[in-house]
Design a binder for this molecule. Structure first.
Ligand code: PEP
Length: 257
């Protein structure tokens, strides 16, 4: 099964509009001399206030823009939140849902992930749904059970046709921003489990089409061997997405170039 590699940069709460545009301009310069960015789906996910400027800067390039969150309501009294309509109108094409930092610091649950996912699909945004276990869950042998619960809850009520469009990001929480990357074997085992769970819910044909990214201290130096694994279809990148040369190099490495 040929699944197109997808590399997405999660800028988190970094880069104001000027800095975000500068990063995209630097990426465009690098991509002009390198075809790797055409062979993968390349996405950058800036903070909300940086999105407009980055959408403008990314026009006529291979760089797609994503958001880091979406609310489930169309509009209303939800101070600090953002709707699918607002994101779509701003030129956003992807949205990260259920990142572990949202789960850890902002009370995100599988039920809210599911509600946000349905809103993203309603507005024709491509969701990147994050799942992953905590260190103590891994150490107590609960990784597969945790992933299964997150998948069953997060994708409840989703059709097979919808699931095919969704990107899943496996992000072991102990590897995010810590410099501790999962070994390719550990990551592949988790990805294979996720795909098995998706096959049980949606059938093998659908599960084989779903792209599953790895996230957690991925960088140019380890992207190649991670994405070479059978069930790893790209990366969700934090720190290494904040520097144009590192991010661009990571994309080429992920493609095995
Ligand atoms: C992330 O925030 O999704 C992430 C994977 O961060 P980092 O690459 O910095 O570990």
């Amino acid at each position: 099964m040929d699944r197109k590699v997808i590399i997405a940069g999660n800028w988190k709460m970094n880069k104001n509009a000027c800095e975000g545009v500068a990063l995209v301009e630097d990426l465009k310069k690098i991509f002009a001399d390198c075809s790797c960015s055409c062979e993968a789906d390349v996405v950058v996910c800036p903070p909300f206030t940086t999105i407009g400027a980055v959408v403008e800067a990314a026009k006529n390039s291979n760089i797609k823009v994503g958001a880091q969150n979406i609310h489930w309501a169309d509009n209303g009294a939800f101070t600090g939140e953002i709707s699918g309509d607002m994101l779509k109108t701003a030129g956003v094409e992807y949205v990260i849902i259920g990142h572990s930092e949202r789960r850890q610091y902002f009370g995100e649950t599988d039920a809210t992930v599911n509600a946000r996912l349905k809103a993203a699909l309603k507005y024709d945004l491509i969701p990147i749904v994050c799942v992953g276990e905590l260190l103590d869950e891994r150490e107590s042998g609960k990784t597969e059970a945790v992933l299964s619960t997150q998948i069953r809850g997060g994708f409840d009520g989703i059709s097979g046709a919808e699931m095919e469009k969704i990107v899943v990001a496996y992000e072991p929480v102990w590897a995010i921003g810590t410099g501790k990357t999962a070994t390719p074997e550990i990551a592949e085992a988790a990805h294979a489990h996720i795909r098995k769970e998706l096959a049980a819910m949606f059938g093998t044909e659908v599960a084989e089409k779903v792209r599953i990214q790895y996230g957690g201290s991925m960088k140019a130096a380890n992207a190649r061997e991670l994405v070479a694994q059978k069930d790893i279809d790209g990366g969700l990148i934090g720190g290494a997405a904040l520097k144009a040369d590192e991010f661009a190099k990571l994309i080429c490495e992920a493609l095995g170039k």
